[in-house]
Design a protein. Structure first.
Length: 670
């Protein structure tokens, strides 16, 4: 036996070709060391979650958050946000200005250059420069710099203007003193995201304007000056070219503007702010601000933030709010000798609440770099402690109002228990066997014939649909992009596909030969996709799935296609919606006077459509248009052949279809 063989090595196995061995050599020379900002450009997804539209706008959030941190710290009160072109943003604050003196560790570089060229460098680690901040890892400014083809930083300190310019994270010059600058100190950043990383995406004016309004509402002492410097930038009707954004009453002002109507309120808005309880060592923990509306109708939801960072997935601060409300109403019920109050849960309360919650705490912990969920365990106790006594005082200050709210909450709880105990036998049987998928937002009504489920593309559209829906009769299930093409996939792939498993479980009627229409949990299954080519493709894949695996769903008249508009046409108080280009032209001629300056807004997708427009045009049964999917009995064989040709495993049939109809194509809208 040879001693030089590793265990398992076969001495009889012929040696590999020497050329291949040389090509696959693995030694010290193959070990790369990425320095500076190169890791960010190589793997941007590790720092901003990807290179899509959301990541693109995350760069803007990082720079605006830096300005907001200066404001929250008490050193700035005005922030200027200017969209200079479709891909260039300018953000300026009147704070202290980034330090420009030499850094004590990197003596050949200024502190400003260290911040913009070194990962994990910043003034937010020790808590000396900022007690609370949205930046935690010291990567925001440097990541934006690394992913920008152009970035310019202007700093005013001690009445002097300093400037440095970068390209893809590399300084193009040393930090220069431009000259004297009278007036207050501050920092200004102008940057253009790199098309080599993001392609030609561009900023959304509507999205940035909403971001500015959200940030301004979180700190009442800041004013944001919004400006669109280029007339060519597209914007929606709700986005002005210039605006001075200021919320003197903070979250309360913001929530009032978002409520559907004042008459939906069951009680006056409850809003306030308070210091969080001190930590065990006696140090200040931060503060909390809240605005809560108890509503009789409309969408119940909570928007939460930590250190001005939105937390769409909630977290421990929301847990603290829920606990404070639950204990407060239960305690009020005990005081009023209402024994039924003991059955209420936090969900019963939050189901009739539209609220906003903002906390400012030291060293928060988030789930992931994109900070969508707060995980600081102490936050739950701190928020509950800050709100607990205050809700008691608020309820006790107006007993009649408190009794009205408690009665409404108890009625919701009893209705929930009654539905659980007395639901229809068929519905109960289906629910027991069903593990509802986590992304499904279900409706409350039990009668399946009176309910409908919307199948939407992605979490963004899903979020808009959840806000626009009727909670009682409409459910929403977001699907991740384009589902599996079941006409060309194997049965094994079909069984393993999680998106289709979630869909089947949500409908509750089984699949294939096991399909039972009497177990269907919804009377209407509505495919709701964007009004573009990708949306049509997704709808085709879903219809193929139902046709192949649940044909009786179609035969029973349960499958529909939503018809979202592509355009919104506005002139003065009149608004008209158009389904496509031809419909747009017809509507302009039919519904508006000649030579009228009609404002035309094109909806990029359901996720970008304002909730009010989505509800009115596509989801509200009183106004919407839908197409019912049918398979004519006389054309069953034709339908079967067409599905097989266009969606099946033989690409040559699709090629033949295209060749035969190529002459009928008049225009390609690319």
């Amino acid at each position: 036996m040879r001693d030089d063989l590793f265990p398992g090595q076969n001495p009889e196995r012929p040696r590999r070709d020497r050329t291949r061995k040389a090509a696959s050599a693995y030694d010290a020379a193959q070990i790369e060391v990425l320095e500076g900002l190169e890791p960010v450009r190589r793997r941007p997804g590790m720092y901003i979650g990807g290179t899509d539209d959301t990541a693109y706008h995350h760069l803007a959030s990082e720079i605006i958050d830096n300005a907001m941190d200066e404001a929250v710290a008490g050193f700035a009160d005005v922030i200027e946000v200017s969209l200079e072109s479709a891909d260039t943003l300018y953000v300026r604050d009147n704070g202290r200005g980034i330090p420009v003196d030499a850094h004590p560790k990197f003596k050949d570089r200024s502190a400003l250059e260290v911040i913009f060229t070194t990962l994990h460098a910043g003034g937010k680690f020790s808590g000396k420069a900022y007690q609370t901040s949205g930046g935690l890892h010291g990567v925001g400014s440097s990541v934006v710099n690394a992913l920008s083809s152009f970035l310019q930083v202007d700093v005013i300190r001690d009445r002097a203007l300093w400037r440095q310019v970068y390209a893809r994270g590399v300084p193009q010059s040393a930090l220069e003193k431009i000259g004297k600058a009278p007036g207050r100190s501050g920092t200004a950043v102008r940057f253009t995201p790199d098309h080599q990383i993001f392609g030609h995406l561009g900023f959304s004016a509507d999205r940035l304007y909403r971001l500015c309004r959200s940030k301004a509402s979180l700190f009442r002492n800041v004013t944001i000056h919004w400006k669109m410097a280029a007339d060519s930038i597209k914007r929606g009707d709700d986005t002005p070219e210039t605006d001075i954004i200021h919320f003197p009453n903070g979250l309360a002002d913001s929530l009032v503007t978002e409520l559907e109507a004042p008459e939906t309120l069951l009680a006056p808005l409850w809003a306030g702010e308070a210091q969080l309880p001190k930590s065990a060592d006696g140090e200040e923990s931060g503060r909390v601000e809240w605005a809560i509306a108890f509503i009789s109708r409309g969408s119940a939801a909570i928007a939460s933030f930590c250190n001005t960072i939105p937390t769409p997935q909630g977290g421990t601060h929301e847990i603290g709010l829920r606990a404070a409300l639950l204990k407060g109403f239960r305690h009020w019920g005990e005081q009023r000798a209402m024994k039924r109050a003991g059955v209420i849960t936090a969900d019963d309360i939050m189901g009739m609440v539209a609220s906003k919650l903002s906390v400012f705490i030291r060293d928060p912990h988030f789930q992931g770099q994109t900070k969508e969920k707060l995980t600081t365990q102490e936050a739950a106790r701190l928020v509950e402690g800050a709100l607990r006594d205050r809700i008691d005082h608020w309820l006790g200050g107006n007993p009649a109002q408190a009794d009205q709210l408690l009665t409404a909450i108890v009625e919701r709880a009893e209705d929930r228990l009654r539905r659980k105990e007395n639901r229809d036998t068929l519905r109960k049987s289906a629910t027991r066997r069903l593990r509802l998928p986590g992304k499904l937002t279900d409706c409350t009504r039990e009668n399946a014939a009176e309910t409908e489920i919307f199948l939407v593309e992605g979490d963004s559209a899903g979020g808009s649909a959840r806000q626009a829906r009727d909670r009682e009769t409409q459910a929403v299930l977001p699907l991740r992009g384009k589902i599996l093409n079941v006409a060309s996939a194997t049965a094994e792939k079909l069984r393993a596909n999680q998106e289709l498993k979630d869909l089947v479980e949500a409908l509750g009627a089984g699949i294939g030969g096991q399909f039972d229409s009497e177990k269907l949990r919804y009377g209407r299954v509505i495919i709701m996709t964007d009004a573009d080519v990708d949306g049509a493709h997704i709808a085709s894949l879903l219809m193929t799935f139902f046709y192949r695996e649940m044909p009786r769903l179609i035969e029973g008249g349960h499958l529909y296609l939503a018809q979202p508009p592509l355009y919104r046409l506005t002139h003065g108080p009149k608004t008209v919606y158009a389904m496509n280009d031809d419909d747009r032209d017809r509507c302009i001629k039919r519904d508006f006077k000649p030579n009228a300056r009609v404002e035309i807004s094109r909806f990029k997708g359901l996720g970008e459509m304002p909730v009010s427009d989505l509800k009115k045009t596509t989801m509200d049964p009183r106004h919407r248009t839908m197409l019912r999917v049918i398979v004519p009995r006389e054309d069953e064989s034709l339908t079967r052949n067409q599905v097989e040709s266009l969606m099946g495993r033989k690409p040559e049939l699709r090629f033949q279809f295209i060749q035969e109809r190529a002459r009928s194509v008049e225009m390609l809208d690319i």
